[in-house]
Design a protein around this ligand. Structure first.
Ligand code: F3S
Ligand code: F3S
Ligand code: ZN
Length: 165
C-alpha cells in the first residue's frame, strides 16, 4: 500500500528525530498501519531472524515523508537522491524501528542502495530540509512509500511550535 497521502491529518506527531548538527531534524508521525513491509517475505524473515516483532512504525519526515510500514528496504530512493537526504537508519542506530521516533543521529549512516543492514532497515530522511524537490525518490520506490510535498512544510512548521517531548 502506498503512503497515506493524508497522513498529517490521519496521524499525529509522535516524535522528533534530531540530527546532532542541530540544523536537521524531522518529525515522526504515528501510529502507523500494517502495510507492504508486513507482507514482504524478505522483511518478515529479517524480523524473525532478529527475534523482533514486526509492528506498525509510522512515517519519518513530513515534507519528505517515508512510510516505514510501506518501506521494504529496496534502497532505490537512497541511491536516486541527488542531495543525499536519506540514510539507512540501522547503519547508524541498530535498534528496533519504534525506538527511532525520539532519538538523535549524527547522519553517518550508509547511503548506498544495497547498504541496508538487513531487510528490517528503513530509508530515513535524516537531511529532510536539503530536499530540492526533484521527486526522484517518489518515482523509484517500488511500494510508493514516499510522499514529497512542499505544501506539507506547513505541517512541519506547525509541529515545531506544538511538539513537546
Ligand atoms: Fe531527494 Fe527525493 Fe527530494 S530524491 S531531492 S528527497 S524529492
Ligand atoms: Fe524503502 Fe522505497 Fe526507499 S522501499 S528504501 S522507501 S525505495
Ligand atoms: Zn527518522
Amino acid at each position: 500500500m502506498p503512503i497515506d497521502p493524508e497522513f498529517p491529518g490521519n496521524h499525529q506527531v509522535i516524535g522528533k528525530h534530531d540530527h546532532a548538527d542541530g540544523q536537521h531534524f524531522h518529525f515522526v508521525w504515528g501510529p502507523g498501519n500494517p502495510s507492504d513491509a508486513a507482507a514482504n517475505p524478505d522483511v518478515k524473515a529479517a524480523y524473525a531472524a532478529r527475534n523482533e516483532e514486526l509492528t506498525p512504525i509510522g512515517v519519518h519526515g513530513t515534507f519528505v515523508a517515508v512510510d516505514w510500514d510501506s518501506c521494504i528496504a529496496d534502497g532505490a530512493c537512497i541511491q536516486a537522491c541527488p542531495v543525499n537526504v536519506f540514510q539507512w537508519y540501522r547503519t547508524e542506530n541498530d535498534v528496533p524501528a519504534v525506538e527511532m521516533s525520539n532519538i538523535s543521529s549524527s547522519g553517518v549512516g550508509s547511503a548506498g542502495k544495497d547498504d541496508r543492514l538487513d531487510y528490517t532497515d528503513k530509508s530515513d530522511p535524516i537531511r529532510e530540509k536539503d530536499c530540492i524537490w526533484c521527486m526522484a525518490c517518489v518515482t523509484v520506490c517500488p511500494t510508493k512509500a514516499i510522499k514529497v510535498d512542499q505544501s506539507n512544510v506547513q505541517f512541519h512548521e506547525q509541529a515545531i511550535s506544538t511538539f513537546n517531548r
